[in-house]
Design a protein around this ligand. Structure first.
Ligand code: ATP
Length: 287
């Protein structure tokens, strides 16, 4: 991808809370139309990284460039061009969903925002005039996503966007993220859910102890570092016996013996998961 397609660049970011180092030299670039997933367990440093990227925390060291602007000198300009979905949602419960969006649009000095279109996009067309205090968690999160889209952002940041949501809300939010990337927005999202990272990200950064351990397309990570397995089930002396064989040089012989033996019932190949690959790099899982 051409350098001028870079929407966001983080260079050697560091941040400590007192003595506790939360982010320890994080660098990456995200291109227009690309979704980067930061995948890591609780406490890995994902939220702290996002907080620096949106100008909520000032890095102790390192630099951030968004849309060609330096965060240290042009924070306000940057904030007008990005959208943020953060866990701590500051919606106004006594206003309706539509009023919340209108209020946010005014903050940006925006007129002619298609509020009803936005509400429809997040599946709240018929609830937009109800007070937010009566919304479910999933509805609030969908409204938070709609709010982040009010200014048609060039970069969209989402911290654990579907954590703890019902499947319908989660699906709707994932679809919106894809649409936004499709329209050319650069997307950065954090998650500790490997399925989410896999389903949404063009590239995934594994983050642990404040550092990026690997960064690549999910498929590439799994192919290069994961070990596919084959699960063979046979009926032996009336009972079902299951063998799991790793697909490597040694496994091939064992596999052909198993498949050639009597009583074969099923053979399933299982691709490595992002969690398997994460364990390979971090020596620990995502939980
Ligand atoms: P989670 O999903 O649990 O939020 P995370 O990957 O987003 O995890 P961070 O929230 O960035 O991780 O936390 C990184 C480290 O910094 C952790 O050790 C955490 O305990 C610590 N930390 C985070 N916020 C604070 C804070 N306000 N004060 C002190 N330490 C903090």
């Amino acid at each position: 991808m051409a350098t001028n397609d870079v929407a966001l660049r983080a260079d050697d970011l560091r941040f400590s809370y007192g003595q506790r180092r939360a982010v320890d030299g994080v660098s990456f670039a995200v291109h227009r139309g690309e979704t980067l997933g930061l995948l890591g367990p609780n406490g890995a440093g994902k939220s702290t990284t996002i907080k620096m990227l949106i100008g909520l925390l000032t890095p102790d060291d390192g630099s951030i460039e968004v849309l060609g602007m330096d965060m240290a000198s042009r924070r306000t300009d940057i904030q007008g061009r990005v959208g943020v979905v953060f866990e701590e949602k500051n919606l106004y419960p006594n206003l309706s969903g539509r009023e919340n969006l209108a209020f946010f649009a005014r903050l940006f000095g925006l007129r002619d925002v298609d509020l009803d279109g936005l509400l429809a996009r997040v599946g709240l067309a018929d609830r937009g005039r109800d007070r937010v205090s009566g919304y479910s968690k999933g509805m609030r999160q969908r409204l938070t996503v709609a709010r982040a889209l009010v200014n048609r952002p060039d970069v969209l940041f989402l911290d654990e966007p579907t954590d703890g949501l019902d499947p319908v809300s989660a699906r709707s939010i994932r679809a919106l993220i894809r649409e936004e990337a499709g329209r050319g927005a650069a997307v950065v999202l954090t998650t500790h859910d490997m399925h989410e990272a896999d389903a949404l990200s063009d590239r995934v950064a594994f983050i642990n102890d404040g550092r990026i351990l690997a960064l690549d397309a999910p498929e590439q990570l799994k192919l290069s570092h994961g070990q596919p397995t084959v699960r063979v089930r046979r009926r032996v002396n009336g009972a079902v016996e299951e063998s799991v064989v790793t697909v490597d040089a040694g496994g091939a012989e064992q596999l052909s013996a198993l498949v050639g033996a009597e009583g074969l019932l099923t053979v399933h190949t299982e691709e490595a998961t992002l969690e398997d690959v994460f364990v390979h790099f971090a020596g620990r899982g995502l939980e």
